[in-house]
Design a protein around this ligand. Structure first.
Ligand code: SAM
Length: 275
């Protein structure tokens, strides 16, 4: 049965407010599992199993699947659908309020999901900012957002810097909206993020780095001198001095700054504040 027939059988309707667009094309589902390179020894966290289409494919490839679903209307449907798979458990909770660390312990794991688009950035933050972060994150997300994740200097955003600080994102394939029911208004893409064991740049700590980056992006399209001054609550002459010390032109904009340049600026500001 496809997701539409399954929901009908259980007298359910998809909820738009939960981003419920169900993927029914087996080839695309296989492509997601292949992109994640799921092995028979892997533990996989799936976010939003929905009617279980991707869950079944993951269960066949992985050692263990832990799926987190917010919609408890799907409880009976998923229990029936997944009853043959002893290596799957479903937790009914908001993923953003779920301590994934607690679910997986200290073992390595992957995150694979067709995410609800209304919380894509929050999900990325939630899974990448964990202390024991996943080895790989493979998500189907809105195509435009997928492009933004692997942006290069001149088109950087807070989201791109955040993702590229934690891992290497790659847009693996474009997905036609027709593979979903109900059909969404946008095309999608499968992205794979291979996380780093250590940050790719030298900074005192994550918090110090993101405090500076967030300040830099706090004022859209403003010169860095002004954005930093307002974001860090300092005088613009002080911001300008920091930027000069880091070898950066104070008139540049946050979108043009590389990860290495953010790191150099973070080190300067951290040193000055500690002095
Ligand atoms: N995995 C299914 C598929 O591929 O067909 C469903 C994907 S659908 C795009 C997103 C799923 O995420 C839905 O099942 C929805 O109920 C669930 N969801 C939405 N918000 C959630 C949240 N905050 N926490 C956990 N699951 C959520």
């Amino acid at each position: 049965m496809n997701p539409r027939q399954l929901l009908e059988t259980y007298h359910l309707l998809p909820k738009k407010s939960l981003g419920q667009n169900f993927m029914h094309d087996p080839n695309t589902l296989d492509k997601i599992v292949a992109t994640a390179a799921v092995q028979s020894s892997d533990t996989v966290i799936e976010i939003g199993p929905g009617t279980g289409e991707l869950t079944v494919k993951l269960a066949e490839a992985a050692r263990q699947v832990i799926a987190i679903e917010i919609d408890d209307r799907l409880e009976t449907l998923l229990a029936d659908r997944l009853s043959a798979y002893r290596n799957v458990s479903v937790v009914f909770n908001d993923v953003l309020k779920t301590d994934i660390q607690k679910l997986v312990g200290t073992q390595p794991f992957l995150v694979v999901a067709n995410v609800p688009y209304y919380i894509t950035s929050a999900i990325l933050r939630h899974v990448l900012e964990m202390a024991n972060r996943p080895q790989r994150v493979v998500l189907t997300i809105q195509y435009e957002v997928a492009e933004r994740l692997s942006a290069k200097p001149d088109d950087m955003s807070l989201l791109a810097v955040s993702v590229q600080y934690y891992g290497k994102p790659r847009l693996a394939s474009r997905i036609n909206r027709a593979v979903f029911w109900p059909r969404p208004d946008v095309d999608s893409a499968i992205v794979r993020i291979d996380t780093y064991a250590q940050p790719p740049v030298n900074v005192p700590n994550d918090d110090a780095f993101f405090r500076v980056v967030r300040a830099g992006f706090s004022q859209k399209r403003k010169q860095l001198r002004n954005a930093l001054a307002s974001g860090l609550n300092i005088k613009s002459e002080v911001a300008e001095a920091y930027l000069h010390a880091a070898g950066l032109d104070p008139q540049r904009r946050a979108e043009t700054i590389t990860l290495e340049e953010w790191a150099a600026l973070t080190r300067i500001i951290h040193e000055q504040e500690q002095a």
